[in-house]
Write a protein that binds this ligand. Structure first.
Ligand SMILES: Cc1cc2nc3c(=O)[nH]c(=O)nc-3n(C[C@H](O)[C@H](O)[C@H](O)COP(=O)(O)O)c2cc1C
Ligand code: SF4
Length: 375
């Protein structure tokens, strides 16, 4: 199979197998969710010929906020702002040869919010002295769990109304969905906990059913999950394939494999340095066990790696985050080189991770690129 060929996800077809992984831009205020700079960024992504673009993490319940100036969809009043992002992607220029599809990433941060955090259980006692542990952690009651599932379903319906082609559930990085799956973060003794993958998947199984009911059978629902938490006693690669099979049975349409949590040391979700294709070995195993379209993110910078991963049947598509912070048109240039039989350039992103700090400060940009431009 070729990276440059289309791929079906439920009722839609994405024009190639490149995905923009969700990357928080830090540009959304609640009173102004989609300012012109953010629309412009999505316009540029849309013009970049990426087959499938995910929005940045969009919180579905008020207590699910992870970061400042984050996209939100916990209320109908935000639908219009999302419509403007959808238009920005869709009308990325009259010369667009490829029309990308656009999904809204729906998220609840669980333990890793900035203020009052909720989680399956209070797991912090297991990590004395570890930096970045959540404060004021509150273990969810059963009615609270079910309310959050309803919030995901309502947000998905709003995303559909805003015109997104599908939704991506954020089930990775120690966010709430992944915490329910993880034996380290989920210590519950009621129906939402247990010692097996099946038992700990109740939260996501019910959540998928509710989201599916709200958006209908033909609307694509994808999910980003951890291949491993890289935390001792956490969700690990021995569980990933089984989890993906459950997701497939319950109606998920595509999977993006990521990994890590904020307390995973050098295996955090946003690694620095030269390592590439971080989850390749785990993806190879998962691929054998599922018929779902499978994507993988993490350190993919070289078009030769991207082509190989799809050609060798390790994944169906490749996902990138930071390369689109540095150059929104990198995929367009890879496609052009492929069509012309030329050697495609490697992404200029050096995985320094400095862009994460820029989102915290004010808004996302690439620090080395900005220095080069003399800004
Ligand atoms: C500034 C920044 C913001 C991010 N925001 C999100 C997010 O909103 N949702 C998410 O699932 N991952 C988020 N990530 C993680 C990326 O989607 C991706 O998984 C990670 O950066 C590894 O891929 P890469 O090496 O291609 O960047 C973010 C990463 C960065 C650098
Ligand atoms: S700041 Fe560093 S990690 Fe972020 S896009 Fe630029 S080069 Fe890549």
């Amino acid at each position: 199979m070729s990276l440059y060929s289309p791929l079906k996800i439920n009722s839609i077809v994405i024009p190639n197998r490149f995905m923009r992984s969700a990357v928080w831009e830090g540009r959304s205020e609640l009173f102004d969710l989609a300012p012109p700079e953010l629309q412009e960024y999505y316009h540029d992504l849309g013009a970049g010929e990426i087959g499938l673009i995910n929005s940045s993490h969009t919180y579905v319940s008020e207590d699910g906020i992870a970061t400042p100036r984050q996209l939100a969809l916990f209320d109908d009043s935000f639908i219009d702002a999302h419509k403007s992002l959808v238009s920005a992607v869709r009308y990325g220029g009259k010369h667009m040869k490829i029309r990308p599809k656009f999904f809204c990433q729906l998220a609840h941060c669980g333990s890793f919010g900035e203020d009052r955090c909720v989680a399956p259980s209070d797991w912090t006692v297991d990590f004395p002295g570890v930096k970045g542990l959540p404060k004021n952690l509150h273990a969810l009651s059963i009615p609270e769990i079910q309310q959050i599932q309803d919030d995901f379903a309502a947000a998905a319906q709003r995303a559909k109304e805003a015109g997104y082609d599908g939704v991506q559930l954020h089930g990775a990085h120690g966010y709430l969905i992944s915490e329910f799956m993880s034996p380290k973060f989920n210590k519950r003794t009621d129906i939402y906990g247990g010692s097996t993958v099946w038992e700990r998947s109740r939260f996501i199984r019910e959540l998928i059913n509710k989201v599916r009911y709200s958006v209908g059978p033909y609307y694509p629902i994808s999910i980003k999950i951890n291949s491993s938490d890289f935390v001792e006693g956490g969700f690990d690669e021995t569980m990933t394939a089984e989890y993906v099979k459950i997701l497939e049975t319950f109606g998920i349409d595509a999977v993006e494999l990521s990994g890590g949590t904020p307390i995973s040391g050098k295996h955090v979700p946003i690694r620095r340095g030269k390592s590439t294709c971080w989850y390749e070995n785990i993806a190879k195993d998962v691929y054998k066990h599922t018929g779902l379209p499978l994507f993988m993110v993490g350190g993919i910078r070289n078009p030769r790696d991207a082509e190989r991963l799809v050609k060798e049947g390790i994944v169906d598509g490749v996902s990138m985050g930071r390369p689109f912070v540095r150059e929104t048109d990198i995929v367009k240039r890879w496609i052009h080189a492929h069509e012309e039989g030329e050697r495609a350039p490697v992404s200029k992103c050096i995985s320094c991770g400095l862009c994460l700090g820029t989102s915290h400060e004010k808004s996302l940009y690439c620090v080395p690129e900005s220095k080069l431009q003399g800004k």
